[in-house]
Design a protein around this ligand. Structure first.
Ligand code: DX5
Ligand code: ZN
Length: 219
């Protein structure tokens, strides 16, 4: 199996000292930094916006994996691109024209991702799979960390894995929500390339980031 990347979600970090939390994640061998942006409208929670992301940019050279849970998303893509996002992931429900929003992300030379909620079918992503860099499968309903993993979402991972491999696409598959050491193994076996984790990375083993990242990768 290829090297699995870990993208810790800073949603579970201490928001009063995000800069040092991100530095600690880099020291603990994280591959990316997952940043959950929520607007209190698309999801029932509010987090941070482009201003905070731009201030965090200097704390690491790891890619910023920015998960936008905001609607309508299209006109904000520029702000997140300029703030220093490397991957910008959007939900199909949050835009009137998915292809044009993907093109907009790419026009800033950023990697484009599309995310599927647990109840959203893979039919929404298959027509654009060849245009995007990342398919993000939500394994909880977006909005909060610490929720229970929905195992049935792994079926969608397998569908996408088959499609990507059979068409020899380069699109990466990322899973997000409720990942622990047990289901991380199932996610890896189902064919994910990137695992997002907030609670497990920051809270397990007394908050030993390095150990938790290593266990999610290989344990
Ligand atoms: C949920 C977010 C996730 C979340 C993951 O809306 O998209 O990235 O922070 O946190 P855990 O790992 O605690 O489920
Ligand atoms: Zn996320």
């Amino acid at each position: 199996m290829a090297h699995i990347k870990i993208s810790p979600s800073i949603l579970s970090a201490d928001f009063s000292r995000l800069g040092s939390e991100i530095q600690n994640l880099e020291k603990a061998n994280a591959d990316l930094i997952h940043i959950d942006v929520m607007d209190g409208h698309f999801v029932p929670n509010i987090t941070i916006g482009p201003e905070v992301i731009s201030k965090l940019r200097k704390y690491t050279s790891l890619p910023f994996d920015v998960h936008l849970m905001i609607s309508p998303v299209h006109d904000f893509i520029k702000n997140f691109a300029e703030a220093g996002a490397d991957i910008i992931t959007i939900h199909p429900e949050a835009t009137n024209n998915l292809k044009s929003s993907i093109e907009k992300i790419k026009s800033f030379n950023k990697k484009a991702g599309v995310s599927l909620n647990p109840e959203t079918s893979t039919d929404k992503i298959l027509p654009v799979l060849n245009l995007i860099d990342l398919a993000l499968i939500m394994s909880v309903n977006p909005g909060f960390g610490g929720q229970k993993f929905m195992e049935e979402t792994l079926k969608k991972v397998k569908i996408l894995r088959n499609e990507i491999d059979s068409k020899k696409l380069k699109t990466l598959i990322e899973i997000d929500g409720g990942i622990n050491f047990q289901n991380a193994k199932k996610a890896r076996e189902s064919g994910v390339d990137i695992i997002v984790s907030g609670t497990t990375v920051f809270k397990e083993n007394g908050g030993n980031l390095k150990k938790n990242i290593q266990l999610l990768r290989t344990g």
